[in-house]
Design a protein around this ligand. Structure first.
Ligand code: MV4
Length: 445
């Protein structure tokens, strides 16, 4: 097992990784920007090193600085958390060259899944259902026209270097296709310096459902069920839950089976997430694969009684998966609300000092956070300040528990999205599980 790990991240996920390391008896090294001197991850780590000024390109994305910190402190491994360098294949390669274990999948797996068109082709070849569309990149407009006619309008042009909703253009007919294709290409070139695009059938009102997978270095892969992530705004998830109210036992078996089969075929190791679009008729299609631990991993941890971060570390250290698919149990229902330092109506960021704080506790309530009373929420980073996660026997009870928890939560001095969450929890469509990726559009109007 590793003796010492460097955490190349900040905020709640850096703390989450430190907790896992402490339980495993592993020493920790925090890295931080000048704006994060007073952060909890710095205080709770055994050692801390300042790696640069507040802007992330100069600190949390600064590979030479992070590698230097790792060499000075003589760590065995680096945990990248989510965001920042977590899906940077080059960084994973640099770690390998420096004899530091990158806690995540191989550089090749990261690179392959980072190219959305290649990821889709790989998944299709591995037997995963994919949205009808082009088999690879579309090089000419005539090709786009031909494909669109074959699959039928409306179609979506997607940037292969995109993902997470960036670089997509819809075309409802032949007239719209020309500009959709040209704009998508031009935008992709500017945004990603890669103009590659592919085309697929547009699914009008889908759910976002993702399957958690875990693979070790010996070819063993298990799935840990699905997460329903349809409640989002501008591709930022707001609420996630497990199980999905739209997924039956049989559908879970089927989605899990294809996810595991695909990971075995590509030799995937460590934690990963396969994202699906689910149609109103229950058919599901591969969308993207995330090769990192995700923000919403706690809902899976609660329903499977597991520790995904500890599992990531054990796998990276060369241990075998300890549980087989048959041994894994799913218990009850978990919901996560992401609490952001934002105006709950306009969603504009609200950094500043926290002048009063009460975090919810009690049966079935977990809070993943790095804030404390008197903490200054810096303006330089993502506005996520806490994740409130509840667990109960049923979805209905989990919703009641979340409402109770959020009503007891006090964060003064900054605006937060707590009032928005309470409103969603009271919505009849949310309560009946009648949600899709368009839920927030309806909800806001
Ligand atoms: C789609 C789609 C409909 N049809 N693909 C958005 C994020 C990126 N990963 C892919 N996305 C979508 N792809 C087809 N063929 C609709 C979306 C989409 C979406 C997906 C998941 C969650 C929220 C979303 C919001 C708008 C659009």
């Amino acid at each position: 097992m590793f003796k010492k790990i460097l955490i190349a991240n900040r905020g709640e996920i850096a703390c989450r990784v430190i907790w896992a390391c402490r339980e495993l008896g592993i020493k920790t090294v925090a890295v931080h920007s000048e704006a994060d001197r007073d952060s909890l991850h710095v205080r709770f780590a055994d050692e801390a090193i300042c790696i640069g000024p507040a802007p992330s390109p100069k600190s949390y994305l600064n590979i030479p600085q992070i590698i230097s910190a790792a060499e000075i402190t003589n760590v065995d491994a680096i945990h990248p958390g989510y965001g920042f360098l977590s899906e940077n294949a080059h960084f994973a390669e640099v770690c390998r060259e420096c004899n530091i274990t990158f806690i995540g999948p191989s550089p090749n797996a990261i690179r392959m899944m980072g190219d959305k068109s290649e990821a889709k082709r790989t998944m299709k070849a591995a037997g995963v259902p994919v949205t009808p569309g082009s088999d690879g990149l579309i090089e000419y407009e005539e090709e786009a026209v031909k494909e669109a006619e074959r699959i039928g309008y409306p179609v979506l042009i997607k940037a292969t270097a995109g993902g997470g909703g960036r670089g997509m253009r819809i075309a409802n007919n032949r007239q719209e296709l020309t500009s959709a294709y040209q704009t998508a290409r031009a935008e992709a070139e500017v945004a990603f310096k890669n103009s590659g695009v592919y085309i697929e059938k547009y699914i009008a009102n889908p759910r976002h459902i993702e399957v958690q997978v875990l693979g070790d270095n010996y070819g063993n892969v298990i799935h840990m069920g699905e997460r329903e992530c349809s409640v989002q705004r501008r591709h930022q998830k707001l609420i996630e839950e497990s199980p999905s109210p739209a997924v039956s036992y049989e559908l879970r078996q089927e989605m899990g089976r294809v996810a595991v089969e695909a990971c075995k075929r590509i030799g995937y190791s460590n934690a990963g997430t396969i994202e699906f679009l689910m149609d109103e008729d229950g058919s599901f299609y591969f969308m993207e694969m995330n090769t990192r631990i995700q923000v919403e991993h706690p809902v899976t941890e609660l329903v499977t009684v597991s520790d995904l971060v500890a599992a990531q570390i054990r796998i990276a250290a060369g241990e075998k998966l300890t549980e087989s698919q048959d041994e894994l149990m799913f218990v009850g229902h978990a919901i996560e609300c992401r609490i952001n330092a934002e105006d709950p109506v306009t969603f504009t960021p609200s950094p500043g000092r926290i002048t009063s704080l009460n975090l919810p506790t009690g049966p079935g309530v977990r809070v993943d956070t790095a804030i404390y009373n008197g903490y200054f929420v810096p303006p330089h980073y993502d506005s996520l300040i806490a994740k409130v996660i509840v667990h109960s026997r049923t979805r209905e009870r989990a919703i009641a528990r979340m409402r109770r928890a959020l009503e007891a939560m006090v964060v003064e001095g900054i605006k937060t999205t707590i009032p928005m969450h309470l409103k969603i929890l009271n919505d009849p469509d949310f309560q009946s599980g009648n949600i899709s990726t368009r839920f927030m559009e309806r909800f806001m109007s």
